[in-house]
Write a protein that binds this ligand. Structure first.
Ligand SMILES: [Zn+2]
Length: 426
């Protein structure tokens, strides 16, 4: 779907990313240190990087040759790397980072804001700000250090290890994300934020709010997190990360929020449903991640279903009622949520369209109706525990349903709701 994303031959275990950002001219100077392990003998390997100027590349400290073609940075180490070897690649680069526009018109990569900048990655924005193996199938730990002029705050994933004074009136923010993270879930936000630090539901929390996005809804975010995390831990399994929080930035033209790992990003004052949706992704999408964008419904169908479950458990309609209503209000065959089957979106402009969300959630309701509540929730919890910090495909889910229910749901649920073009009968 996004053929330039991801490379073979190695697995990245850790990214050490250092950025110095100058607002005047939106200039970025950066160093990326990738600690990786080869999965085959390597005479050369590729990293994904979009734009920017590469100044130097070293492998295990020795200068390496490199070439660039499109978004591929090909590195030739001075000495061939044997299979199964740990090696460290350092890329020094700078320039004015690009905003990346997807086939569906949405924007990601590096974006300037009214008083700072934001970097987001889903699905193809990662190469816009750091070189890496930008496939969600290769998760890694991250240290992200960002130096900005005094007064600005730089927020990223995980926990703030330290905030230190830097020369020339600057401040460095060092963030660490310990648990494995797909690169599209890495995030950076720079601005004049109001910050609240503390603990929410027993998890260290860091919430950064752009004063322009202040509102009663934004003020309610900590309370929603405080209710949502214990609820989801009970329903789905323990909260999987060592940090939580949120970033709220006034970006009226962005038109999406994102489940950036440990710290969801909101493009403005968020409604409660949006907070629930993005937080549900911390389990469905971040902890357990579809290995290809073809399987985006494993993200969005589950997060949409989690919204319905939340309502069911908090005095709203049941998920069955929400599903029935969604179906009743849905358009004719071939349109909207019926434009294509969720497990077969076909082309990259479809990965964030309605079939992935609503029709994916309807498929889950059909599974629940077929297997009963006890087995259904066992399926959800087993899905997350068996694949924790890993990647998955639709076939893994259908096989798990068969195994735990003892039923063949293919002809009654999976074929009509996930794989076939036609609008199924409710
Ligand atoms: Zn979502």
């Amino acid at each position: 779907m996004f053929p330039s994303l991801g490379n073979g031959g190695y697995h990245v275990e850790h990214y050490g990313l250092t950025f110095d950002w100058v607002p005047d001219g939106n200039r970025l100077a950066a160093t990326a240190v990738l600690t990786a392990k080869s999965t085959q003998r390597l005479t050369a390997f590729n990293l994904d990087l979009h734009g920017l100027d590469v100044r130097a590349v070293t492998v295990d400290g020795a200068p390496a040759r490199y070439t660039r073609k499109g978004d591929e940075l090909t590195v030739t180490p001075p000495v061939e790397i044997a299979d199964g070897r740990a090696f460290t690649t350092t890329v020094v680069y700078d320039g004015v980072p690009d905003t990346i526009v997807d086939p569906d018109g949405s924007r990601e990569g590096w974006m300037t804001t009214h008083d700072g900048a934001v970097a987001l990655g889903e699905p193809a924005g990662g190469p816009g700000w750091f070189p890496g193996n930008h496939t969600q199938a290769d998760k890694a730990a991250y240290d992200i250090t960002v130096t900005v002029p005094d007064g600005l705050v730089a927020v990223s994933n995980g926990r703030l290890v330290e905030k230190t004074a830097a020369p020339e009136g600057k401040t460095a923010f060092h963030w660490r994300a310990d648990e494995p993270m797909a690169s599209y879930l890495a995030m950076l936000a720079i601005g004049h934020f109001d910050v609240s630090e503390g603990t929410i539901a027993g998890v260290p929390s860091y919430i950064a709010v752009d004063p322009q996005a202040a509102s009663p809804e934004t003020e309610a975010v900590p309370e929603i997190l405080g209710t949502m995390i214990p609820w989801a831990s009970d329903r789905f399994g323990p909260y999987p990360f060592g940090a939580t929080g949120a970033v709220v930035v006034d970006m009226p033209d962005l038109e999406y929020s994102l489940e950036t790992q440990t710290r969801p990003f909101f493009d403005g004052s968020p409604g409660g449903e949006t907070v629930i949706h993005e937080m549900a992704h911390e389990w469905f999408g971040d902890l357990v991640t579809p290995g290809t964008w073809q399987d985006m419904w494993l993200n969005e169908g589950f997060a949409t279903y989690a919204e319905w479950l939340w309502a069911e458990d908090h005095g709203g309609p049941t998920a069955a009622e929400a599903a029935a209503q969604t179906y009743a209000e849905s358009p004719a065959e071939g349109q909207g949520m019926w434009a294509f089957p969720p497990a077969d979106p076909g082309s990259p402009e479809n990965v964030s369209r309605a079939p992935m969300y609503q029709r994916g959630a309807l498929a889950l309701q059909k599974v629940r109706a077929a297997v009963g509540d006890e087995v259904f929730f066992t399926i959800l919890r087993t899905w997350l525990s068996e694949h924790r910090y890993g990647t998955v495909a639709t076939a893994d889910f259908t096989a798990l349903c068969t195994r735990l229910s003892g039923q063949n749901l293919g002809p009654t649920v999976f074929e009509p709701w996930l794989f076939e073009d036609a609008k199924p009968e409710w």
